[in-house]
Structure formats: structure tokens, C-alpha cells
Ligand binder design. Structure first.
Ligand code: TNX
Length: 515
């Protein structure tokens, strides 16, 4: 070959490599949480204006889930993405089927992507819903925009098998310190769904506010719901609002866990009803951020009548199996009063057919084996849980608190447990944190957002993102495959989604964001 031909060939090769390549390698995805196993087959599947979403005849819940997928893909593609039922697998399009996948568990799913047909198999609608989040994330990031984009909607072919490591993957929102309305909570639920969370713990009561209507004790919200940290007007959810949140969460296969914090963190209740105080006098409403100064009167019978009424109404409205009774930082309740109090409240929870969760201090009491302890601060307490055969939810403040500042100069948040940069939040293993708490003792993980410094949706987004994605991965993905260096690249690409959603997020310098 002479020199001119070689030069000519190299120019042609150069030109060819400049044309955008069709993505065909499924292993090069940026899905968070990282799926359990992926096999690539080197071709590509493309959505077009004729693509339909087919649902195997049968489950109305699956049909609803298919409609959810359609609604998520319509705005950016501009395609109609009709949902239809079918008896047999179609030749092309997207096909949802409740067939047991090779993997197991309620939330397991399997994606089989070939160049004409994308099949999502799951053993339950919950699994299908988790799989749909993977489909959203496999498409180009523009899919999250809410106007029509001129993009090739391509997914590389292959197979994904996926299921969660932990059965409990939660976040907590404190709506007591600052009240956040129904729409803000729904917005949070939408964001959680994208990352396959299945629990939303609502911290509904604290010193600064009582946020849930209790019909038998109306002053809790009439008085106790009327302020918040800093003296703002506060607010509360009516039972109708709460039911609406429960239903919205359920459509995303997320369980709401309501928390009534006691015997401490109860000033809002104590200000509403004088009879709940040992001296019979109502306290003043409180708008500061100190903790540990309030307590229900543990030796008055009316206290337990009150708790029975509150838990009764809450249990009635809550389809999930858990009720959280708080139990943290009861610094002005004597230990000899605290222990029998927790044991009695635990009985009340079981009398209403619910399972009790409490912050790690509750392990000082004798717990029912079904009860769950939420580890946030004390390894000693968590050890008590394990010794009693009680499972633990991992929320170690120094790793998992969404209200810790990212660093000393980032706005919003506290730092009593340290700074939680994005890598600090990601790079830990719940089963290796304390030698007393092994994998078998752990129900799952939860990242709490306390709202002393959070006054609105934008503040909430800023502390939650991008850390939430990391907690999702810790809860879902196998520990063995996780590394910060690999994760941070996937996370960087999620910045595009955050921009599409228009959310306020912390652009940590440790993440190689796209420009
Ligand atoms: C400790 S965590 C608390 C909350 C505060 C939080 C602030 C826990 C069980 N109690 O009352 O809001 O710190 O980070």
C-alpha cells in the first residue's frame, strides 16, 4: 500500500470515529443503585413513535405500573406509548410480565433487552416498578426532561438480573421542626422512587410541632400544630392529607412509617393539653432547636389513654406494618420511668396490630422480638438490640444523616456528628460499622433528614441531593461490587437528571460532574 492510500484510509477512519456512536454496550450504563448482574449482547433497542407498552393480562396493579412508565417516557419522547394488555409476548415494544424471574424476592426483576423487544419480568408489581426505574435510567438522561427532545432513545441490548440486598431501604423526613406540605412530600416520594427506596419514615411530632390530625385530641394540631422552628406558622396534615400521602406512596411501592416521638420531644403535645404534664399546667409553644427538655408524665394514666388514642387512629390510617414511637433523647425522663414507659407503649402498639420501631435508646427496655431498633448514635444500645434478638435499622449519624453539613462552608445543616461529604455518605458498609452488628442483625438502612435548618423544598433538595443516591446504592446493591471511584462517575451523570428536574443539589467538588 502506498503512502497516499494510508493517509486516505486514516482520514476516513478518523471521520468515521467522529460520527456519534450508537451505544451498544449495556455494561456501560450509569444506573444507581447498581444492578446485581448485567450481560451485554452488543446491539441496541430503540423507542419510536410506534412503540407500545404491553402488559400480560391479569394484574390491575401491573397495568397501573405500566401507565406510570408511559407517563414518565411521554414528555421527552413525544411518543404516545400506548399501554395495552396482551395474552402473549408481542414481537416488538416493551412487555411487562408477572412471571417469576430467575432472581428471588418481592422486589426482584429481570430485564431482557433485544433489538426489537424489551421484556420486564417480575414476581410482583413492586418488582416491576423497581425495574421501570432501571429502564428510565438506561435511556439517555434527556428522558427526564418535560419537553420533547430530539434524541435517539436507545438502550443497549442484554440482560439485567436485579434484587435488593436489604429489605428496608428508607429515608426519614422531619416535618415537625419545619412543616413541609403534601406537595413537597409527594415530590420527595417521586425522587425516592427513582432510586428504588421502599420506606418513607415521617417524623410527625416533636417539641416544635404536632403535624397529624388526631380526631380524639383535636388541640394537638389546633394548638401544637401552629408554629415551627423560628416561629413560622407551622401546619399539619389532616387525616385526609395523610391518606393521600399513603396512597401516593403506595403507588410507588413505598410504605409510610409514621413516628410519634415520646416520652421526650413532646412539647407540642404538652403545650396543647395541660393534663399531660405532671404539674397539670400547659407548657409554652417552643420554636428553638434545643433537644431533651420535655417529657410526657409517665405515671399518669391519662398519658397512656392519650397514647392509645393516638396510636389507634394512626394504626387505622396506616396500611404498613410499622409504627415508630421515637424514644430518643428523653433526658428529663428518669431511667426508672423511661423503661416501663417504653414497655407499656410497646404493648399498645402490638394491641393495635402494628410492629414497633424505636430509636436505639428503646433497647434499654425489654423488647418484643418483632420490634426494631433504629441505630443512630449508640453502639452500646445497638448491642442491647442484638443481645435481645431484635433487628436493627442502620442510620449512623456520622454517615447517614442528611441534615449534616457537607463541609464547614456548605450552607444549611448541622454538624454535631461531623461533616458528611458525598463520598463519606457513600463509602461505608452497614454490616461492618460496629462489630456487634452483623449482616444478619440488620433489617436495612435509613437516611434521616432533620429539618432544624430546612425551611422549604429547595433547602430539602440541597441536603438530600446527591447523597440520597448513595444511600440507595448501599441499601440495594451487593457490597462486594461497590467502590467510590467507580460510583462517582455514575453519580456525575445523574447531575443531568437533576438539571432536567430543576432540583437544587450540592455540586460537590469530589464528583466529576459533566459541564
Ligand atoms: C438528634 S437523631 C435527634 C433529633 C435532631 C437531630 C439533629 C435523633 C433520634 N434525635 O432530634 O433533630 O439530632 O441532627
Amino acid at each position: 500500500m502506498n503512502k497516499q492510500i494510508l493517509v486516505f484510509l486514516s482520514i476516513i477512519t478518523g471521520l468515521l470515529s467522529c460520527t456519534p456512536e450508537t451505544p451498544t454496550d449495556l455494561t456501560k450504563n450509569t444506573v444507581i443503585p447498581k444492578p446485581v448482574s448485567i450481560t451485554a449482547t452488543g446491539k441496541s433497542f430503540k423507542l419510536n413513535d410506534k412503540t407500545s407498552i404491553f402488559v400480560k393480562d391479569g394484574s390491575p396493579e401491573l397495568l397501573k405500573t405500566a401507565q406510570y412508565l408511559s407517563s414518565k417516557l411521554k414528555p421527552a419522547t413525544g411518543f404516545s406509548l400506548n399501554v395495552q394488555t396482551t395474552e402473549n409476548a408481542p414481537a416488538s415494544g416493551i412487555y411487562l410480565d408477572l412471571e417469576t424471574p430467575k432472581t428471588t424476592g418481592d422486589e426482584a426483576y429481570e430485564l431482557q433487552i433485544d433489538n426489537k423487544l424489551l421484556t420486564l419480568k417480575a414476581s410482583s408489581p413492586a418488582g416491576a416498578f423497581r425495574g421501570i426505574q432501571t429502564i428510565r435510567q438506561l435511556l439517555p438522561a434527556d428522558i427526564e426532561k418535560n419537553t420533547v427532545q430530539q434524541t435517539d432513545w436507545i438502550i443497549p441490548t442484554g440482560t439485567i438480573q436485579d434484587y435488593p440486598e436489604y429489605e428496608y431501604r428508607g429515608t426519614m423526613l422531619d416535618v415537625a421542626r419545619h412543616f413541609l406540605g403534601v406537595d413537597d412530600v409527594k415530590h420527595y416520594l417521586d425522587l425516592m422512587a427513582y432510586y428504588k427506596f421502599n420506606v418513607m419514615h415521617l417524623h410527625l411530632t416533636d417539641d416544635q410541632g404536632w403535624r397529624i390530625e388526631i380526631k380524639s385530641w383535636p388541640k394537638l394540631t389546633e394548638i401544637g400544630g401552629q408554629t415551627e422552628v423560628g416561629g413560622g406558622e407551622g401546619g399539619f396534615y389532616t387525616q385526609k392529607d395523610y391518606n393521600e400521602l399513603v396512597a401516593y406512596a403506595a403507588e410507588r411501592f413505598i410504605t409510610i412509617i409514621p413516628e410519634i416521638d415520646m416520652p421526650g420531644h413532646t412539647n407540642a403535645a404538652l403545650a396543647s393539653y395541660p393534663e399531660l404534664n405532671c404539674d397539670g399546667k400547659a407548657t409554652e409553644l417552643y420554636t428553638g432547636i434545643e433537644v431533651g427538655f420535655s417529657t410526657l408524665c409517665t405515671d399518669k394514666e391519662i398519658t397512656y389513654e392519650f397514647i392509645d388514642d393516638v396510636i389507634g387512629e394512626l394504626a387505622e390510617m396506616t396500611p404498613g406494618k410499622y409504627i415508630h414511637i421515637g424514644g430518643d433523647e428523653s433526658h428529663v425522663t428518669k431511667k426508672e420511668d423511661y423503661i416501663p414507659f417504653i414497655e407499656r407503649v410497646q404493648d399498645i402498639v402490638y394491641a393495635h396490630n402494628k410492629t414497633m420501631i424505636g430509636w436505639d435508646e428503646v433497647t434499654l427496655a425489654k423488647l418484643d422480638k418483632r420490634s426494631i431498633a433504629q441505630y443512630w448514635a449508640s453502639a452500646e444500645n445497638a448491642k442491647n438490640a442484638v443481645a435481645q434478638g431484635v433487628k436493627v435499622i442502620m442510620s449512623p449519624a456520622a454517615k447517614a444523616y442528611l441534615d449534616m453539613q457537607y463541609d464547614s462552608i456548605s450552607p444549611l445543616g448541622l454538624h454535631w456528628a461531623g461533616y458528611v461529604e458525598v463520598d463519606t455518605g457513600y463509602d461505608w458498609d452497614p454490616a461492618k460499622l460496629e462489630k456487634e452488628i452483623g449482616r444478619d442483625n440488620i433489617l436495612g438502612i435509613e437516611a434521616p433528614l432533620w429539618t432544624e435548618t430546612v425551611t422549604n423544598r429547595a433547602d430539602m433538595e440541597y441536603l438530600v441531593f446527591p447523597r440520597l443516591a448513595g444511600y440507595a446504592e448501599i441499601g440495594w446493591s451487593p457490597t462486594a461490587g461497590r467502590s467510590w471511584d467507580e460510583y462517582k462517575v455514575r453519580l456525575a451523570s445523574h447531575g443531568n437528571q437533576y438539571d432536567s428536574w430543576g432540583i437544587n443539589y450540592y455540586r460537590s467538588t469530589r464528583v466529576p460532574w459533566n459541564e
